[in-house]
Design a protein around this ligand. Structure first.
Ligand code: GDP
Ligand code: MG
Length: 680
């Protein structure tokens, strides 16, 4: 059988150390509390106040604050215990009466006559309420009204906190959070998942290392079946943060006292913080109108005269002992956590500061400021767009990395165009081309001698054919440069006007407008150029230089057994006159039937035209896509910002506005908290 010694060996601080003397029995419960409290009043108050203040700033959204959370199965007597400690009547009834976490801030006042009450909460529409309560009797009504305002239905529950502040001479300095009781089954009108939801809410509070768990347990039911104790064990295995409160000792069956004593002496269901037993008003006493003061006196005599319980240490029983114990525990707990809180707040403040900086400066509010901002941004945008299209380096940090170097994109497109033009040039070794030409020459032959043959018209029409073939690649080249440029301008607009998405949309619309315009104008100019190219013309100087080059190439190719000599043999077989002596290897082959001459002319001209075209087309494209487009865009944007309606679009997205607000609030409360903590 375990004895007190066993308990001591466990080093269990079931009760705080005392001087071992018994409190004089003549002390009323109130006096008893006072005599306990006065010794540490000065130390407890500032720490509890500190945490209340921090919670009031909303700091519990950023860090976990030290707290006492009251948990218990439904009807275990949680509210009754709180009532007894605070001296105010809370809503009563059966079922889930506590439907929102209720933060009860008790402030002890030295003045006997003082009683002040205040209730604060945010209703389901997020409207904050703060109401003064004039007398302790109406507290229950205020709490009920707050709960109704916060939940959707009569029986609904909410995670939001109601704060009740009571200042009085008969309360300890203590803040506790009363949580809804663990309901086994939903009653009518309650959501089906009520048990799970309540458990979740309770878990949220008790899983934090910063929470002292006050587990209220009915001593007239088997403690092993108590959900509350099970839940507390789940998160606080060794019971370091859990203080057990046994209720309803007056309802205990005869003979069950021994097992309750074992729990109280921390032999069974051991918790590091141990247990305290209290007796509150039963339903009968409440109905009979017993006051809370009377109830305390009643409790006092109950324990002092009880056959078993009177042997208990004075700190193990009664509401006054519980109040004092809780104050002390909370104070110790806060003291231990202050350094961590300081560090936590400091770190969060730094992060929040960074978040604020990342958001950038605040958006303008007045029309004139908005206009200024719009002008400035448009000006910067155009400057950057111009730099993009003139190939200047851009040093602005905001310039998106994903944007292409337009000049290099364009250069590649232009080089590709040239390659395509060359590839499409007639191949002088192409037998089919040659025989086609031969056919055509033969068909158009007149009286001339064979060495006068070689028709310009033929070459000209072939050259035109060639020109037609490269028109499409030229248009394609424009498309590539234009699409890349348009895409990049859109990307730039998105980044540049990111803060003002509606305005960014307008800018993008303007870019789309220029897209159509540039497309029409530039394509038509390119087409115009090609229709000009069909004139087939070159300065003698240019053409003959090209022709010379080709002759050299041709000459190098011409050796016995080559296609060329074979070709001529073929011609001879066909009975044509061939000036054989001129076909000697060292001599440029005289093109007696004119085919080779025509081929060389064609090749030379195509080369001249390719060169010319591949200089001119890129210039046309640059002029339209890089110059005119940006200029048109500039005009459109300047026109845009002169319109009042568009200035209104200089506003942040709602989400962003909220986010900014939220971060600022957080920054403010962290800053206030930091200052508050510095003083400790
Ligand atoms: P809660 O659901 O845990 O908040 O429980 P309540 O405080 O509302 O109490 C449930 C019922 O038990 C109420 O009728 C109380 O009057 C009654 N009650 C609470 N404590 C005691 C007690 O120590 N003795 C007796 N006899 N009844 C009690
Ligand atoms: Mg309750």
């Amino acid at each position: 059988m375990a004895s007190h010694k066993t308990k001591d060996r466990r080093g269990s601080p079931a009760t705080p150390p005392t001087d071992g003397k018994r409190v004089k029995t003549s002390h009323s419960p109130k006096e008893k509390r006072k005599s306990f409290a006065s010794s540490f009043d000065a130390e407890v108050r500032p720490l509890i106040d500190l945490v209340d203040k921090l919670r009031g700033y909303g700091l519990d959204r950023d860090i976990n604050l030290p707290a006492v959370a009251v948990i218990g199965d439904q009807s275990a007597g949680k509210s009754s215990v709180l009532e007894a400690i605070s001296g105010v009547q809370l809503p009563r009834g059966s079922g889930t009466v506590t439907r929102c976490p209720l933060e009860m801030r008790m402030k002890h006042s030295a003045d006997e006559d003082t009683w002040e009450g205040k209730i604060m909460y945010k209703d389901k529409h997020d409207v904050s309420h703060e109401e003064v309560i004039l007398n302790r009797e109406s507290v229950g009504d205020f709490v009920r009204k707050a709960q109704d305002g916060m939940t959707d239905c009569d029986m609904g529950i909410s995670d939001e906190l109601i704060t009740l502040e009571v200042t009085s001479s008969d309360v300890p300095d203590l803040t506790v959070i009363d949580l809804p009781g663990i309901a086994r089954n939903a009653v009518e009108g309650q959501p089906d998942d009520i048990e799970a939801r309540i458990k979740d809410m309770i878990r949220k509070y008790i899983k934090r290392q910063e929470t002292i768990i006050l587990a209220v347990l009915q001593c007239n039911v088997d403690i092993a079946t108590c959900e509350a104790l099970k839940m507390a064990k789940e998160f606080d295995k060794e019971g370091r943060r859990t203080l057990g409160v046994l209720t309803k000792p007056d309802l205990l069956d005869r003979g069950a006292e021994t097992s309750v004593m074992r729990i109280l002496n921390n032999v069974d269901f051991t918790l590091s913080k141990g247990y305290i037993i209290v007796k509150c008003r039963g339903q009968e006493a409440v109905s009979a109108g017993q006051s809370l003061t009377e109830a305390l006196a009643n409790e006092d005599s109950f324990f002092k005269t009880h056959s078993h319980f009177r042997s208990l240490n004075q700190l193990q029983w009664g509401i006054p002992a519980l109040s004092v114990r809780l104050s002390l525990e909370l104070q110790k707990h806060i003291k231990k956590l202050v350094p961590e809180m300081k560090e936590d707040v400091r770190r969060k403040l730094l992060n929040t500061d960074q978040e604020l900086q990342d958001l950038g400066e605040d958006p303008p509010q007045s029309i004139s400021d908005k206009r200024k901002v719009a002008h400035r941004m448009v000006h910067e945008f155009i400057t950057i767009a111009t730099a993009m299209t003139t190939g200047e380096r851009i040093y602005d940090q905001r310039f998106p990395q994903e944007i292409n170097n337009l000049y290099s994109t364009a250069r590649q497109a232009f080089e590709n165009l040239y390659r395509k033009c060359v590839a499409k040039q007639p191949d002088i070794k192409d037998k089919k081309l040659k025989s086609d030409l031969k056919q055509k020459i033969r068909a158009s032959r007149g009286r001339e001698f064979c060495n006068f043959m070689g028709k310009f018209e033929l070459v000209e029409s072939c050259a035109r054919e060639y020109i037609s073939k490269v028109e499409e690649p030229a248009l394609h080249c424009f498309d590539i440069v234009h699409e890349t440029t348009t895409g990049d301008l859109i990307t730039l607009a998105e980044v540049w006007f990111e803060k003002f998405p509606d305005f960014a949309e307008k800018v993008k619309d303007a870019i789309t407008t220029t897209r159509k315009e540039t497309q029409n104008e530039c394509r038509s100019e390119i087409r115009g150029y090609f229709s000009m190219e069909k004139l087939v013309y070159s300065q003698d100087e240019t053409y003959s230089r090209e022709l010379r080059n080709h002759n050299v190439v041709w000459n190098a190719m011409d050796c016995p057994g080559t296609e060329e000599s074979g070709e001529l043999d073929e011609a001879a077989e066909e009975g044509e006159y061939i000036a054989r002596p001129l076909l000697q290897r060292s001599v440029i082959p005289e093109d007696v039937n004119g085919v080779n001459k025509a081929l060389m002319s064609l090749k030379s001209y195509c080369q001249v035209a390719s060169r010319r075209l591949c200089d001119v087309i890129p210039m046309i494209i640059q002029q339209h896509v890089f110059q005119k487009k940006v200029k048109t865009l500039q005009e459109l944007l300047i026109g845009m910002v002169s319109e009042e309606g568009n200035i209104d679009l200089i506003k942040e997205e709602e989400d962003m506005e909220l986010k900014r607000k939220e971060i600022k609030y957080r920054y403010d409360r962290l800053l206030k908290a930091e200052r508050e903590l510095e003083q400790i």
